[in-house]
Structure formats: C-alpha cells, structure tokens
Design a protein around this ligand. Sequence first.
Ligand code: 5GP
Ligand code: 5GP
Length: 227
Amino acid sequence: MKSKCSVLINLLVLQNLAVLCVSQDFDFFYLVQQWPGSFCDSDKSSCCYPTTGKPAADFGIHGLWPNYNDGSYPQNCDSNNPFNESEISDLISSMRKNWPSLSCPSSNGESFWTHEWEKHGTCSESVLDQHDYFETTLGLKQQTKLLQSLQSAGINPNGKFYSLSDIRDAIKEGTGYTPWIECNEDSSGNSQLYQVYLCVDKSGSNLIECPVFPKGKCGSQIEFPTF
Ligand code: 5GP
Ligand code: 5GP
C-alpha cells in the first residue's frame, strides 16, 4: 500500500511540475517596432541619439515579446541567463542599425538590448537562445519593411495626418497581416504613430494573424512625424 501511495504521490508531483512548465511557456510573439520620430517628440520621453550618430529615418526594433493568447504575458523569466554581448558579437553592427536605443542618456544600445533580453527574451529561451533571439528579430524586421509598405501607399513621415485605417491597410497590404498600431502624443497633444505590432508564431519563423491585440487607442487621424 505504502509503495502504491508513493507512486501516486510521485505522479501527482510530476503532473504539477508539468503544469508549471507549460504555464511558464508562451503562445506567440509580438514583434514591436517603433517610429523614432514619435519616440523623440513625445511629451513623455526625452530622446538622445546614440553616440555613433542619429539613426536612419526608419522604424527600429523595440522588441520581440512572448505573449499568451489571453493577452497576458510572462516577464523576467530567468535571472540565471543574463544578457551576454559576446554571444551576439557577429550581430552588433546590424543591431546598432536596426535596434538603436533613443532613450537618454545616450548609449550604443547595450542597455536597451539587456532590458529586452532579460524581460522578454528569457521567456522564450526554450525556443530561441540568445543568439537566435536577436538574429530572429533582426530577420523579422527585414521581412516586414514597414516604412516601404507605408510609403507605397503614399503615407510618408512628413508631419501630416493620415487615417488609422489607411495605415493599417497599407501594412496589411505589404506584410499580409493585420498590424496593431500604438499611438503616443506629441507635445501639442496630437495622437501620432508610435509603434507597430505584428504577431509571430512560437517558433519565431512566420508572421501570423494576432490571436489577441493589446489594449489602447489612437485617434482616427494620426500624425506621422518626421525624423
Ligand atoms: P506600456 O505600459 O508602455 O504599454 O508597456 C510597457 C512595457 O510593458 C512594454 O515596453 C513591454 O515591455 C511590456 N508590455 C506592454 N504590453 C505588453 C504586451 O501586450 N505583451 C508583452 N509581452 N509585453 C508588454
Ligand atoms: P519595455 O519594458 O517598454 O520593453 O522597455 C522599455 C525600456 O527600454 C525602458 O526602460 C526604456 O527606457 C528603455 N529604452 C531604451 N531605449 C529605448 C528606445 O529607443 N525606445 C523605447 N521605447 N525604450 C527604450
């Protein structure tokens, strides 16, 4: 009897551990890209260019964020796996170009990349190790060509206002998938195009339709500021 009980107990412990592991996993990623002009003229953030100079007038990566289908998300999943720049030395020049940090004080990106890896990347380490995480994100950015999609539809970063649905349609036309647009406000209180979210399957390989969108809203006409 005793041994039957201990088998049962072991099974229960194993089952609970399995549930714990599954619940720490994730369902899909948000690929989040920011428009530097909107980060820089927002009423909330001050902006500092990297020491290597002003980034190109293009969308930059903010991050690749593991998420759950119910809209919640895991964060800071493994303090034993800190950011280690030497693991991505072959990617640094592309990171500086495509994933620049615009926050102050001025930096070359390392603190931004550390934050993104430790908060988000560690939550998908079962699928993508550190090198894969950054390489995959860079590849996804190249695949989405946001600015090109917008410009092909006559939507340019010139300080003019465009309809939110035209912006969405242009990105859908270019990428094949419906984006979610996050706005912030300029110093005069105008709603402007700040970040674009697209969804990526759990392997990090394919864009997908978003299982759930984040919360928040933009005006129906939003500004696309210069940078
Ligand atoms: P905010 O509150 O400014 O929208 O977001 C602050 C930070 O929380 C983001 O930069 C990101 O790290 C995290 N965050 C916000 N919304 C989401 C989300 O829907 N999914 C994930 N994975 N992270 C999010
Ligand atoms: P989140 O938690 O929002 O993913 O990460 C944003 C954090 O990264 C903030 O602490 C912010 O100060 C820092 N950060 C550094 N550079 C940038 C940047 O260029 N854009 C944004 N949105 N955050 C940045």
